[in-house]
Design a protein around this ligand. Structure first.
Ligand code: ADE
Ligand code: ZN
Length: 339
């Protein structure tokens, strides 16, 4: 058992088909176009986003969002996660007809319930949607800066990376950064290394969502290592979306070996038939990671988390105090654990 932390998961994309069907029954909605045999149905990035948007529209009240966050963070707790950052989207709140304040309060309530049950610490990263354009991303940044919430500690951008240039969003990210929010931006997933380099140059994030196509340019990999820019890697998502052909050609280990800080994340778990535990298992099976290396990945995540220093220290202490990995190593080496 390795303690885990997740920095990259979209809360709407974490809704299980079972929970979406429950909300559909509540609202009398038909989900047959995007859920079949208990699984989300999509065939490319655009149809994935479409299914995702339709599922999101079935969460309409503060209680619905409390259920969603509680359900997801409880499931993370069962996977031995001690920390979770989820992306939230005020654009989705507006589309679902709920005031963003109630949306955030609902999610925060779900996080509180899950923390009370499992001890998992949660934070939210507000996001703008790139395909809605620079003005929409600016509106999302302004909303979150003008309506601060203690559990919303970051600002990011998701959506279709193939649209617009990084510089188009510079003003929005200045607004968020000047308010003290941590910055992470999706890049180098649907588009190549230039997108990662352009994002670093124009928007100066401390973390990149995915970023894996940086591997196309060795100089950029060196820059990521030199500047210690953390990549929120989501191998299961990348294979499901066809970013790489298979796990053996995924650059996770190559980036890590080059000194780039990398973490493991589930992105939109039920859409990609994954979860955080599976991502850690993928690292074991395909990237040669043992438990000590996985524990290091968790530590890397906590060190880059968008939390206050007191919370970070206590999360790191929990990780250090966990003796499971060390004891297992000692047993494997044939020596008895000292206590
Ligand atoms: N929104 C939800 N999942 C996403 C992904 N993998 N890439 C970009 N935007 C997203
Ligand atoms: Zn993502």
């Amino acid at each position: 058992m390795v303690l885990k932390a997740e920095l990259h998961c979209h809360i709407e994309g974490a809704a299980s088909p079972r929970l979406v069907e429950k909300k559909a029954a509540k609202y009398g909605a038909d989900v047959s176009s995007f859920i079949q045999d208990g699984r989300f149905v999509w065939h490319d990035f655009t149809s994935f986003l479409n299914a995702y948007d339709q599922a999101a529209m079935l969460f309409r009240t503060e209680d619905d969002y409390a259920d969603l966050a509680e359900d997801y963070l409880l499931s993370l707790g069962r996977q031995d996660a001690i920390y979770s950052e989820v992306f939230i989207s005020t654009d989705h709140a507006f589309s679902a007809g709920i005031n963003p304040r109630a949306y955030i309060e609902g999610l925060a309530e779900g996080m509180r319930r899950a923390k009370a049950a499992t001890g998992i610490e949660g934070r939210m990263i507000a996001t703008g949607l790139r395909h809605k354009g620079p003005e929409a991303v600016m509106a999302a940044a302004r909303y979150i800066v003008e309506n601060p919430h203690p559990l919303v500690t970051g600002f990011g951008m998701a959506g279709d990376e193939r649209m617009h240039k990084p510089m188009d969003f510079a003003a929005a990210f200045d607004v968020a950064r000047n308010a003290g929010l941590g910055i992470t931006i999706h890049a180098g997933e649907l588009s190549g290394w230039e997108s990662v380099a352009g994002t670093l140059d124009a928007l100066n994030p401390s973390r990149i969502g995915h970023g894996v196509r940086a591997i196309e340019n060795p100089e950029l990999v060196k820059r990521l290592a030199d500047e210690q820019i953390l990549l929120e890697c989501c191998p299961g998502s990348n294979i499901a979306l066809g970013v790489f052909a298979d796990f053996s050609s995924h650059p996770f280990a190559g980036l890590a070996n080059a000194g780039v800080p990398v973490t493991l994340n589930s992105d939109d778990p039920p859409y990609f038939h994954t979860d955080l535990a599976r991502e850690y298992e993928i690292a074991t099976s395909y990237f040669g990671y043992d438990d000590a290396m996985l524990k290091q990945v968790t530590e890397t995540a906590i060190k880059a988390a968008f939390v206050d220093e007191e919370t970070r220290t206590s999360l790191l202490a929990r990780l250090c105090q966990d003796k499971t990995v060390r004891v297992a190593d000692e047993l494997f080496a044939g020596s008895a654990p000292s206590s």
